[in-house]
Design a protein around this ligand. Structure first.
Ligand code: PXG
Length: 479
């Protein structure tokens, strides 16, 4: 057998007409739905119910807007899944991917090799992250990032002869991904129920959810402090010699945009330092500008030992995740022999090139700065002004361009709806029908728009959200 190309019979493919090409790509909504129902299993979905109702088919996007296959224009209040930080349609990212695919579409960094995109990305991340974060490990997603965190944490303690430090403490209603490790770390009961096998040595404490869980007359600050002190109690129960790390999202995203009071994170940090326990900030949602700071732990004023990154790292244009290591952790990992962990696509050159282009947009167009000083404060004020004294809004949480709106039966008394999840779904459907994407987590309505959103577009989101929430109240007979 010869591999000489001139001996290979090559048939020039027929060039399809423009109309045929278009027909091949564009089907009617009904056709798309039928094919989707026939062959596609969606994540986190009841497929029977979804197939009967039919999915909305999203066909294109630009800026903060999406278009569906029926031509409806929808404003995306969620930046996809909290990830499209630079907005849709940025040619710079497409160009970076195209150029890199031609230059070097793939190479690995396992066997004493490296490549320019991953080198540039690592140097750029070290420049953008707080000073002690100078080393980065790459993967494809936030879930893999947290899996990597577990590997690093265990290697870190074992390398120092402290093999007994194995337990990782996380929180109920935290979200850390959907792999077995991510799902176990997370505190979503409905996910645990479908996971008969879990990762060992992971335990949970309660979340700092003031509106839903504070009892008596505690102030938000007192409540947050009490919740942080559960960490100390748990460490004492297990024994500090057995505890490796604590992991938390600086603010819980999927759990409902739960922002702890300012007393929470300093106390968590104090406890971690006191008992020599690594502190991990899962920055998958909070990272890359969401709160107006580059990283959400900066907003809350603490210094983690490890940070998990994904989503905004590439603005979702291609998949990529990473773990950032504080110098004190990196030093141990670097000086302790083989670290037996890696993925085919760790540091994928195309993803890395897109990440570099994305981070340069966030930096050079001062997008993060604008969230902090201009659009973020405008968004927060607009929401608070619009929903002050609203009959079914009990709390507005958030900073920068992320917010949670608590639906409540009696906002003053902090009384939630008995069927809160249903109320959230009603509201979410009103949003959807009004061409606004807003996510519901139980009885909290969430917003996390692209960071490039302007004030007119913020007005549009808030106006549409108000309409949907008013309609929800009306349907419930509350006014
Ligand atoms: N950590 C956090 C804090 C997350 O929010 C992950 C880890 C996992 O990332 P990957 O890339 O493995 O999905 C996440 C993901 C939602 C929603 O509907 C949230 C996420 C993912 C999908 C849906 O809120 N967060």
């Amino acid at each position: 057998m010869s591999y000489r190309t001139e001996e290979v019979a090559y048939v020039q493919p027929a060039v399809p007409s423009a109309a045929a090409a278009q027909a091949a790509q564009q089907r009617s909504t009904a056709e798309y739905r039928a094919l989707d129902a026939a062959h596609h299993i969606h994540p986190f979905s009841d497929m029977g119910a979804l197939n009967r109702a039919g999915s909305r088919v999203i066909v294109k996007a630009e800026g903060v807007y999406l278009w569906d296959s029926d031509g409806n224009k929808v404003i995306d209040g969620m930046a996809g899944l909290w990830c499209v930080n630079v907005g849709y349609g940025r040619k710079e990212l497409a160009d970076a991917a195209y150029k890199q695919m031609q230059e070097l579409p793939f190479y690995n960094t396992f066997f004493k090799t490296t490549h320019p995109p991953v080198i540039e990305l690592s140097a750029l991340l070290a420049e953008l992250a707080p000073a002690p974060f100078n080393h980065f490990f790459y993967c494809n997603s936030g879930s893999e990032g947290n899996d990597t965190v577990l590997r690093i944490v265990h290697h870190y303690w074992a390398a120092q002869g402290k093999q007994s430090k194995k337990v990782v403490i996380s929180r109920r209603n935290g979200y850390h991904g959907s792999t077995i490790a991510g799902g176990t770390l997370g505190g979503m009961g409905y996910m645990h129920e479908q996971m008969p096998s879990k990762v060992e040595n992971i335990v949970h404490i309660d979340q700092p959810y003031f509106f839903g869980e504070a009892q008596g007359n505690l102030t938000p600050e007192e409540f947050a402090l009490a919740r942080a002190q559960q960490l100390e109690a748990k460490i004492l129960e297990i024994g500090a010699d057995n505890v490796a790390a604590f992991i938390g999202e600086p603010f819980q995203g999927a759990g409902g945009v739960i922002f702890p009071a300012a007393t929470y994170w300093p106390e968590i940090q104090r406890i971690c330092r006191k008992y020599d326990i690594l502190l991990v900030a899962d920055e998958v949602i909070g990272g890359f500008g969401r709160t107006g700071e580059w990283f959400a732990h900066q907003h809350f004023g603490f210094e983690p030992d490890l940070i998990t990154l994904a989503k905004g790292l590439t603005s979702g244009y291609v998949p990529m995740g990473a773990v950032g290591l504080h110098d004190r952790v990196a030093k141990v990992i670097i000086e302790s022999g083989d670290f037996n962990h890696g993925l085919t696509y760790s540091g994928h050159p195309v993803a890395a090139a897109v990440a570099v282009a994305n981070l340069k947009l966030l930096r050079d167009e001062k997008i993060v700065e604008r969230v902090k000083t201009d659009t973020g404060p405008y968004f927060q004020k607009k929401l608070r002004d619009t929903f002050a004294n609203h009959p079914i809004i009990g709390e507005i949480s958030g900073a920068g361009l992320v917010a949670g709106l608590q639906l409540a039966q009696d906002p003053q008394a902090r009384k939630r709806f008995a069927n809160g999840g249903d109320v959230g779904t009603i509201c979410r459907d009103f949003c959807f029908n009004g061409n606004l994407i807003m996510r519901a987590t139980g009885d909290r309505m969430l917003l996390s728009p692209p960071l490039v959103i302007n004030k007119l577009e913020i007005d549009e989101i808030v106006t549409k959200a108000k309409k949907a929430i008013d309609a929800t109240a009306q349907q419930l007979g509350i006014s």
